[in-house]
Design a protein around this ligand. Sequence first.
Ligand code: GLA
Length: 725
Amino acid sequence: MRVATLTTSAFFAMQLISTAEDIAITTRSTALVVRINDGQNPRIVHFGKRLAHQEEYAKLPDQPRSTEDYTGLYNSAYTPAGSRNLLEPAIQAIHADGNPSLDLRYVSHESIQGPDTITTEIHLKDPAYPFQVTLFYKAYQDEDLIEQWSVIHHDEPSSVKLEKYASANLTISAANYYLTQFHGDWAKEMQPQESKLTAGIKVLDSKLGTRADLFQPPSFLISLNQPAAEDTGEVIAGTLAWTGNFKMDFEVDPLGELRLIAGINPYASEYVLDPGVDFKTPSFIYTYSSEGKGLASRNLHQWARKHRIPHGEGNRLTLLNNWEATYFDFDEKKLEDLFADGKKLGVDLFLLDDGWFGNKYPRNGDNAGLGDWQENQKKIPNGIGNLIQKSAEAGIKFGIWIEPEMVNPKSELFENHPDWVVMLPNRVPYYFRNQLVLDLSNPEVRKFVHDTVDQLLTEHPDIAYIKWDCNAVIYNAWSPTLKHQGNFYVDFVNGFYEITSDLRKKHPDIPMMLCSGGGGRVDYGALNDFTEFWPSDNTDALERVFLQWNYSYFFPSIATCAHITEWGKQPLKYRTDVAMMGKLGYDIVVSEMSPDDLKFSQEALATYAKIKDVIWHGDLYRLASPYENDFASLSYVSPGKDRAIWFNYLVNNRYQKGSDRAIKLKGLNPEATYQITEINLYPGKSSALDPSANQFSGDYLMTVGYNPKVNADRSSVILQLEAAK
Ligand code: GLA
């Protein structure tokens, strides 16, 4: 017998559940409908636009195609392995008695209404074993976004082995499916590739352990029926909130439906689950858009700012970083000069990078010192406290780099605690950037990592920023202390979260950059506790146009660090304009700037202070793709649509290419009249735009457009649109 349990607070949500048979998980515009059939099997019968008449969910066929499903499970909401299933499972377990089969039948469900969300729990149970799974669907109403996770629990006489334990299992129905995935490597992150899915399984995964998405991030787009377009068509954007090994199976099943299974990678991770313990999977986050990639991104951005990233709707600091200016070679005098340079430039904060620590094994290169978090007596004999004081005297805040999860074999930490390091006892160690990873599955190690950062922040409450780096992957995975090695990769990441969430609770306001020698660690698991991320070590502004474009599918600009450096061949104006579309910073030698470059940068920072509100909190509209045009064009529109900041970058000037036509704006108020002004001009340069033709209605700009006149002489152009009051 099916029992639908509903809490009192869920009274309102109850009305959203159309019948006892169909559980409709709805947002403002979308619905995911789980049907419970006579055999109590939960099956997905609809995912897409919400129906206008909810009683019509009952008319949905059990499966969209007329051919036969030999198992009754193809569109299961959480496919169990080993019983009658024939396709890719979401969960696979070996029971305490050695039986390798699972069956999961509906028991009950309930929905809880929050201020902006409705969370539906569907309880499933194996009829033959005390083994339960609860599927959680948290539906964010305004953002049309669902956060889904599962909790696995059993009360068998002894432990159960989990062979696979996905977060989510969806069935998506269309004539064809186009997957946009992203791949790369150091300094080449987030390169998109779109392909039509064919029958069988396409897998996106990572086995790197820590910086899991160096090669491939856990974020993708699925477009239904046709390749993904910016403003039209059905697109699903998905991302797994997990800073570790992940696996996503895209299976076009024998019926032609797309089965999507996303979760932790079960590779080398047979998880031993003791009785009575809840195993909570990470969240799979997805949004359905019937207006292309653009709306899917805006849904994700709004959700991230409002519900996920700490201070996502708040402020961020501009900064001057010394990494590319000094590398490991600095002393107090040099740093004090840099504080003054940062102040002169006009940034909020100076960020001291790698190299400030280690004494027995000084950190003068990347081969020693990691793990020994004591100030280096030669470089900074008067300590961090003195640097903070000196920076305050210079009128600038102070931030610091740390890589607390890592260790160089040449360190006192390694000498004292070799058992704290991830290493196989009988294998020759293999290094990534001369370093190894600390074993965060070990509580003692977690305490060390936590306390290292906590003490730094507690002893120096004026530290205003942390850059948290992570430069190695895991080789030779093995915890010297863990009982079940299969639990290692999972416990490692959960250990990382235990540390960062505790630090976030204790230091709620500290901005923390999630860095990983490039875009190796960008996901909404870590972004629970980190305020921003480092997309790539590649700061060549031309490359950054593409990189930041691709990150923008999933992550908002307020979290996307973009620094002006000496990388690449673009002029300073171009580099600055590109950094302005994200969270701007500098990593250059200010003292070597020409007077004009310095003046331009000082003015740029003053301009940025006036427009950052729109860039960080506004809605992103991608207007012209650098993959399809000789330029890229994108704009941020303020929530009230009274202002927009419009960025344009030349990406190819063969045959003197540029923007030779008007570009249509998006997201404006058609009724408003906008004044267009070119901003962030280099000293001595005037705008090429006609000042007598700079007022247009939103309707005109969205229908006809406007030419920002991007060309080789004006390789980047920023325009401000202000609605007349
Ligand atoms: C990584 C980071 C850089 C810098 C160095 C320091 O490569 O991405 O920005 O902090 O580490 O070693």
